[in-house]
Ligand binder design. Structure first.
Ligand code: TXA
Ligand code: MG
Length: 346
């Protein structure tokens, strides 16, 4: 595995980008940074290459992948048509963390990318390295997050290597990603655009542009994926069980003390505002409540740090579900397998 160091200036032509693009053209998989999380890319038109993504991740192959493009022409080449509403959204939010599900163009991408669906998910990432790689390769890239299936998504090249070293051709290191949670997936193949997965572009921002937006019932839509609870409960999960605590810091601290009295090593996930109120085996602050973007950016790294700390149990604060907080709580709930403890008030 080669690692390309921290390149940020896409104006310069780097031999490493050419090398990565060459790997992609011969059907290998390469991890690269986007503005959300690191992706594991392969030529979307090459079934054998796409199969290597599923193999490296250990991902169920009936979950479709997002196709990453660098130009509108490339987007047009993979979809059957771009309805006016979708075009408006592309003009407003691309490049950026918005994935649009549209009717696919027959034969443009491998059936393994779309899991046999009549639609394809497309996005143009807002990261100079991602765009440079796509342009240099000349390929539309199928790319899920570059983590082992079930693990927190990677927001640094080190996270990618921790999960996939030896399983991929290489990783381009663009430093820590800016947004930290995945793109918003919006289904534009129906009459009313529907959010299938909350993400980097908020519902409020979408509504400012297109008025009405629906939300899919339940959580992340995974067509064909096993419906068993065990399946969805392994998403983004740290090794130790995580509990979301909806209540005061004092209440959370009492839970910590009860668990430690049972001999358990306990971790706490908090923010700058409350970090001083906890005594536990490890206390991780992942940002400030005044700007939930900071929490979203550091969430996955924090979840991985609890693994390194070898705790038996993690208690996390809950966050307001507004703006980016919706995506944040969506991921936190999945990491917790839906476990929430509510403080009782009399
Ligand atoms: O930010 C992101 O979106 C990252 C970076 C790497 O771009 N990618 C990412 O990919 O999160 P992945 O594979 O982990 O998530 C893809 C999501 C899944 O929820 C999948 O079910 C949905 O997109 N999806 C893909 N194609 C779809 C389709 N045709 N119809 C409905 N949902 C689809
Ligand atoms: Mg993922």
């Amino acid at each position: 595995v080669w690692v390309v160091d921290n390149i940020v200036d896409k104006q310069q032509s780097y031999p490493q980008i050419r090398e990565a693009a060459e790997w992609l053209r011969v059907g290998e998989v390469v991890a690269f940074p986007t503005e959300t999380v690191y992706g594991l890319g392969a030529d979307a038109a090459n079934t054998e290459a796409v199969e290597k993504i599923f193999a490296a991740k250990g991902r169920p192959s009936d979950n479709p992948l997002i196709v990453h493009v660098a130009t509108m022409a490339q987007a047009e080449s993979v979809v059957a048509a771009i309805p006016p509403l979708a075009r408006t959204l592309m003009e407003r939010f691309w490049p950026g963390p918005l994935t649009l599900v549209l009717p696919k163009r027959k034969g443009a991408v491998s059936e393994r990318v779309t899991a046999g669906l009549p639609t394809v998910a497309v996005r143009m990432p807002a990261h100079p390295l991602a765009l440079a790689l796509i342009e240099e390769s000349g390929l539309a890239l199928a790319a899920p997050s570059a983590n082992r299936s079930g693990r927190p998504s990677p927001t640094t090249a080190a996270h990618v290597l921790a999960d996939l070293n030896g399983r991929i051709a290489g990783v381009m290191d663009g430093g820590p990603t800016g947004i930290g949670v995945e793109s918003t997936v919006l289904d534009c193949s129906q009459t009313v655009p529907t959010i299938l997965r909350p993400g980097g572009v908020t519902k409020e921002a979408l509504m400012e542009v297109i008025g009405h937006v629906a939300e899919a019932a339940g959580q992340e839509h995974e067509p064909g994926a096993p419906k068993a609870p065990g399946m969805k409960y392994t998403h983004y999960a740290p090794k130790a069980p995580l509990w979301i605590v909806a209540g005061s810091p004092a209440f959370l601290q009492r839970l910590v003390e009860e668990s430690r009295a049972e001999g358990k090593a306990v971790g706490v996930l908090t923010t700058e505002e409350h970090r001083g109120q906890y005594a536990a085996d490890i206390v991780i602050s992942c940002g400030t409540r005044r700007a939930l973007e900071t929490v979203a950016r550091q969430l996955y790294d924090a979840l991985r740090r609890f693994d390194d700390a070898n705790v038996d149990l993690i208690y996390s604060e809950a966050f307001p579900e507004e703006g980016i907080g919706v995506a944040l709580m969506n991921r936190l709930r999945k990491a917790a397998g839906g476990r929430v403890i509510h403080e009782q008030h009399e």
